[in-house]
Design a binder for this molecule. Structure first.
Ligand code: G
Ligand code: G
Ligand code: MN
Ligand code: NA
Length: 250
């Protein structure tokens, strides 16, 4: 049996799990929310990370039901968290081609009871390359609902600065490749500093991804990033392993 067939079964048989990685307010260190990251609990191959099946899911169109599953699961889980915590969900460019995407997102919010302002949608700039005006209108509709929009993996693709002004993002997530060796690479500091300045001018916030060490965190705070995410604050974990200060209903 092929991986594609297996993936089709996985969606039908609920073998997909959503894990959650925290992000924090950079200055205070207080937890502000979690990014939802999908994993596949394969019956024989064990836990498969998304980089081994997202591309296949995109090529086969299975990303549409998979993405709906993740979004609905994430909204339902987050609705039971303390109300100051947000949930961030990755959307694939392929999902943007679905005519029903807006209705699906609205239904996921309504069915879960999660207030729209607690949902962040992360998209990569590849979404902006194609169908720019249609996607722009779509993003405006999401924003109008109160959903936050984040530009993910910033700095890895074409990263045209014109996207930042042309599309209504609330947040820029700086790719983890810029965070590595921050303390030894002044050039990366210069890039992050420039992104922070740019974001401020555009009234957007900045998240640093892949923060692994205390030194990186201190440096990023000094550079003025707003949010930080990475193994230093927590790895992606199943919902049962996330601890809250306040009691959580599920
Ligand atoms: O969780 P990390 O552990 O390995 O995730 C690897 C990549 O998979 C990241 O780039 C992340 O954006 C992507 N990814 C994780 N979960 C999802 C998801 O639910 N939908 C989409 N489209 N991408 C996801
Ligand atoms: O959506 P996105 O491309 O940002 O997905 C985040 C990816 O980064 C996931 O694969 C997640 O497991 C991974 N990740 C999160 N924190 C860290 C970190 O501190 N170091 C490294 N190397 N990877 C991380
Ligand atoms: Mn992401
Ligand atoms: Na990212």
């Amino acid at each position: 049996n092929t991986l594609e067939g297996d993936l089709r079964d996985a969606i039908a048989q609920c073998q997909l799990e959503v894990h959650y990685q925290p992000f924090v307010d950079a200055l205070s260190g207080a937890r502000r929310g979690f990014e939802a990251l999908v994993r596949w609990r394969h019956p024989t191959r064990g836990l498969i990370p998304p980089d081994q099946f997202i591309l296949l899911a995109e090529e086969t169109g299975l990303i549409v039901p998979l993405g709906e599953f993740v979004l609905r699961r994430a909204c339902a889980d987050a609705a039971g968290w303390p109300s100051d915590l947000a949930v961030a969900v990755n959307l694939s460019p392929i999902q943007f081609k679905e005519a029903e995407l807006f209705e699906m997102i609205g239904a996921a919010l309504a069915d879960s009871g999660l207030p729209p302002h607690r949902l962040e949608i992360e998209i990569t700039e590849s979404v902006l390359l194609e169908r720019g005006s249609e996607n722009h209108a779509f993003m405006e509709r999401l924003k109008h609902l109160g959903i936050e929009l984040a530009l993910d993996d910033f700095g890895t693709g074409y990263s045209s600065l014109s996207y930042l002004t042309a599309f209504p993002f609330d947040k820029i997530k700086i790719d983890k490749s810029f965070i590595r060796n921050l303390t030894h690479q002044p050039r990366n500091s210069a890039i992050i500093s420039a992104i922070v300045t740019l974001a401020r001018g555009l009234d957007m916030s900045v998240t640093a991804e892949g923060v692994e060490t205390r030194e990186e965190y201190e440096r990023l705070k000094a550079l003025g990033v707003n949010f930080a995410q990475g193994y230093l604050f927590g790895r992606p974990q199943p919902i049962e392993r996330i601890l809250f200060d306040a009691p959580v209903k599920r």
